[in-house]
Design a protein around this ligand. Sequence first.
Ligand code: FAD
Length: 471
Amino acid sequence: LNARNVGTTEEERKTFQRDMPPRRVAVIGAGAAGLMAARELQREGHTPVVFERGAAVGGNWRYDDAPASAEDPLGAAGVDSSLYASLRTNLPRECMGFLDFPFVADAGAGTVSSYSDDPRRYPGHGEVLRYLEAFARRFDLHGLVRLETEVVSVRRDDASTGWKVSYCSRKLAVAGSAEPEVVKEEVFDAVAVCTGTSTEPRVADIAGIDSWPGKQMHSHSYRVPGPFEGQVVVVVGYAPSGVDISRDIVSVAKEVHVARRSLATSGTESTALPNLWLHPMIERAEENGSVVFQDGSRVKADAILHCTGYKYHFPFLGEEFGISVDDNRVGPLYKHVFPPRLAPSISFIGLSLKSLVFPLLQLQSNWVAGVLSGRIVLPSQEGMTEDVSSFYSKLQAKGCPKRHTHDLGECTYEYEDWVAKQCGHEGIEGWRKEMFVAALKNFVHHPESYRDEWEDDHLLSRAHLDFAKYF
Ligand code: FAD
């Protein structure tokens, strides 16, 4: 396998570009994944066309201060971004950025790479958007993106081996009925799905919730704490959004009660904040407004805020693809990217969670671009299918629920280094791995202060030494 896989020098790329015809690739989405995919495809000699339903590039990092929809506070509400006003990154910028486009505060003042307005190590969301915009400028990507253009279906093209991509103006799709008017159709050799992981809210299943009288909202619709002033709020979930939002709300709310899974067998705990408590998960909600936790404790709450993550959602893919989302497992997918039966002409970039997201987007994009040009060889369809089956069996044997299929967790480096190897890259830098681990530990032990106090300064000099290569 992979006998032909070679490195990524410009010379090697050119050799393969001579041998293989360039592919016209539809990239769906212009967030971090779509922008990186466009860059890697273009570098490899392909012709990417990026479809983005939003009005600008940046995806989730384009903060939208539209208040939660009164009609659909638990749904996507037609809003793509899931950011709240106070959001700062949950990783230090040095390890969060792309591998060869450092996310630093002094990225060459006065050059196309300059963007910084918030030099903090864990900057606010605006800095990430400026970074992505600078990336798009630096690699001349804006011209490849068709804004306010929503892909509504991807189908096999009967007349060729390619894919028929149907798309329409985003304004039409929003203003129209459930079936948006299809205005145009084009055929592409390949499609890279880069639509993100945070557009379709997942809501906690709570017994009795239908007759519970309070207000409910998903973190997707949360922007500012104001609407919760003086209220008793139950926050469900304690991953980064739940941690942040409970702290955001506690400043104005009467009481905040967090229901979190990791306390399922123990009781309620107080915290350093006088009006914030940690509980096990919710047992039920009652008609009288009470929320009862699994340890028997109960509160009369005004609101429940679901910080419970998202579901994968690909409404534009027809059933003939044979790609299903089953209990949040997107499958079958070889190494989270290629459906064996359709590889390499359909790929998914950015599905993996609990990873170094931006570096991994770069590696997966490079892999897809290299496979499409023939520089990197995939196993046979049977080989990929077997690999997927054995991966699923391993997850089952470990007792890992299907819905965590794409959570890399402790396997994150193994996977990232594996993809890097396919691409002829050295892999994720040692300092970046150490910094990621240090940041996660700091988050777990100091959720109030991890963004402003840390103990891994010794890794910064190693990071900046590496970054010097790219300036
Ligand atoms: P997105 O940024 O979601 O981009 C997908 C794009 O696809 C969007 O622009 C959307 O409009 C477009 N699109 C979707 N469907 C269609 C269609 N049919 N046609 C055309 N366009 C379409 N990661 C970190 O590394 N650090 C962090 O600190 C961090 N914090 C986060 C905080 C929150 C609250 C959330 C939700 C996520 C956070 N993440 C963080 C993860 C984040 O998802 C990634 O950083 C990154 O945004 C993923 O990029 P993406 O391109 O895959 O998806």
